[in-house]
Design a protein around this ligand. Structure first.
Ligand code: C2O
Ligand code: CU
Ligand code: CU
Length: 576
């Protein structure tokens, strides 16, 4: 018996003993042969571009739905990247409206963040390029166009961005076909097969909701599964609907991850809320289910205005096979360092309120979003409490760009539900609830956004700009830096005639930055001197050098006492 098999079978026995028999499912359900096999968006290949067009997709079999989609795919292509890698993609906007790609949850420089102010006009292209420094986890991307984010996302413009790293792969979690990303969205059955987006007054108030669920763009989705352990990466890609995730037979599951990767402890649950913009990773064990039966993934009802809170079936799992995933429920997850509340330098309060059409239906501190106004200025590396005070009877999932935060208090209670622990970028506020989170912006200075992720609320102005000031210098493992050294992607890229390369020096060291052509011949050494710790940048100018268009490599090397501390290469593109 292989070791992994052994660990796996003992884990199953232990889990079974913990489940009360009342929860083990009553009458086995017969497998109904209805619905559509769960779809999986294509994986974006290296070098492939992302092109936005209005096109038709076959969402309901035999019928065409008009979508606003990347590479003709609804949902958008899945992006898979290794932590530490440089990600680059050319975005071509061939749609009739301005658009951006926002990388939700990723810590990227301001001009890579896809904010409404940095819209790519119809017919134009833009290269998004950044270092993937995040923890491994389930992230996503979507349009962030001014006032029309809701429409773009509803019509199909969103997709997965999955980050993997070796540390996570070593935990022995279910992998391959047993690691299943599921993006949950809702649409209006009255409009089938169209994704009609015409919010009425009530929709602007409550958010645009549908009454039927699509998972990975599949209506009435089913997935044939084995009697084994699965990892589901759940993403709520809906405009406004909050799901109270559960299995129809009450199968308990294990929550292992939040917005920004793995939690530090597993949490047993039989239901959990998932608001727009949030992600949850769960392990579900089907080894005690009978072959030939089915179980539904659904949203349990909860009290809320309008369609919000209605019970809805999301998809069906048909247990048809007996193969083992070989995956295990990890006994120990990597530690998370929790911020100490006493270390916070200040508290900022954000009062969420509801006005009229004239005063702003959804407001933060009595204001509606103004692209040209900076609402808050924060200093890099300073720990702050951001306190969201919901004075409305509505739900508001609040999202902050440029940071991973930690929930500190909910409803005045600092003893958190374990579900609230871990790294987050979006936190759900229940009606009239106050939630405090601890934030520290460490990676990039510049202008970033905070907003409600109910997209109609955001489009109507429930959003602010804040500016992060200072120089990013610290190093922590959670940001993926080595010894506090970092070399950033050059900007702009592609460039002509000059571009800037930023880099961080973690300790006193000799720093050399060299420039090579694609054949590997050295063409220049723009930096060669001893540096004190800090963040630096160098402008590289090709004017008058007679160099051809194309890719160039830059390489930073730092050394001290004859030891190499850091080496890193990046690619840049010169266009004559
Ligand atoms: Cu996913 Cu600013 O949003
Ligand atoms: Cu975001
Ligand atoms: Cu809201």
């Amino acid at each position: 018996m292989k070791r992994r098999d052994f660990v796996f079978s003992s884990a199953v026995t232990a889990a079974a003993a913990l489940i009360p028999s009342s929860l083990r499912g009553g009458e086995p359900q017969k497998t109904p042969l209805t619905g559509n096999a769960l779809r999986f968006p294509p994986v974006l290949q290296p070098g492939q571009q992302l092109t936005l067009t209005t096109t038709n997709a076959e969402v309901w079999p035999g019928q065409l739905t008009e979508v606003i989609a990347l590479n003709g795919s609804y949902p958008g292509p899945t992006i898979k990247v290794k932590r530490g890698a440089q990600f680059s993609v050319i975005f071509n906007n061939q749609h009739s409206e301005e658009a951006t790609i926002h990388w939700h949850g990723l810590l990227v420089p301001e001009l890579m963040d896809g904010q409404p102010k940095d819209a790519v006009l119809p017919g134009a292209s833009y290269t998004y390029t950044f270092m993937v420094t995040q923890r491994a986890g389930t992230y996503f991307y979507h349009s962030h166009a001014h006032h029309i984010t809701g429409k773009h996302v509803y019509k199909g413009f969103a997709g997965f961005f999955i980050i993997e790293d070796d540390a996570e792969l070593q935990l022995g979690l279910p992998a391959g076909e047993f690691d299943v990303p599921l993006v949950i969205q809702d649409r209006r059955s009255a409009n089938i097969p169209q994704f009609t987006y015409q919010p009425a007054m009530m929709d602007n108030m409550l958010g645009y909701m549908g009454d039927t669920a699509l998972v990975n763009g599949t209506p009435d989705a089913y997935l044939e599964i084995h009697k084994t352990l699965y990892r589901f990466r759940l993403l709520n890609g809906s405009n406004a609907r909050i799901y109270n995730i559960a299995f129809s037979d009450n199968t308990p599951f294990t929550i292992i991850g939040t917005d920004s990767g793995l939690k530090d402890e597993t949490v047993q649950a039989s239901s959990v809320y998932l608001a727009p913009g949030e992600r949850l990773e769960i392990l579900a064990d089907f080894s005690n289910h009978q072959q030939g039966t089915s179980v539904n993934l659904l949203s349990l009802p909860f009290t809320a205005p309008g369609l919000q809170g209605d019970s809805i079936t999301l998809m069906r799992f048909d247990i048809t096979g007996t193969q083992s995933s070989g995956g295990v429920i990890p006994q120990l997850l990597p530690a998370i360092t929790y911020y100490n509340y006493a270390d916070k330098l200040r508290t900022r309060e954000f009062v969420l309120s509801q006005g009229t059409m004239a005063t702003g239906m959804h407001r933060i501190n009595d204001k509606v979003y103004d692209m040209n106004r900076i609402d808050e200025v924060v200093q890099i590396n300073e720990l702050e409490e951001w306190k969201f005070v919901n004075t409305t009877n509505l739900y508001h999932p609040m999202h902050i760009h440029g940071v991973m935060f930690q929930v500190y208090s909910r409803g005045g209670n600092t003893t958190l539900d374990p579900k609230d622990k871990g790294w987050k970028d979006t936190v759900l506020l229940f009606p009239n609830e106050t939630v405090g989170v601890l934030t520290k912006f460490t990676d990039h200075a510049g202008i970033f956004l905070m907003h409600c992720h109910i997209l109609e609320h955001e489009d109507m102005g429930m959003m602010i700009n804040f500016r992060i000031e200072g120089e990013p210098t610290t190093s922590t493992d959670d940001e993926g830096r080595i010894n506090g050294f970092a070399q950033e992607q050059n900007y702009p890229n592609p460039f002509n005639p000059s571009t800037v390369i930023g880099y961080t020096v973690g300790r006193r060291a000799m720093v050399e930055l060299e420039l090579y052509d694609i054949q590997g011949s050295l063409i220049a050494r723009p930096v060669s001197r001893v540096h004190e710790p800090g963040r630096y940048s160098i402008r590289v100018d090709f004017t008058g050098q007679g160099l051809p268009s194309g890719m160039y490599i830059y390489r930073m090397k730092a050394s001290a006492e004859g030891k190499t501390l850091f080496v890193k290469s990046g690619k840049m593109e010169y266009i004559k």
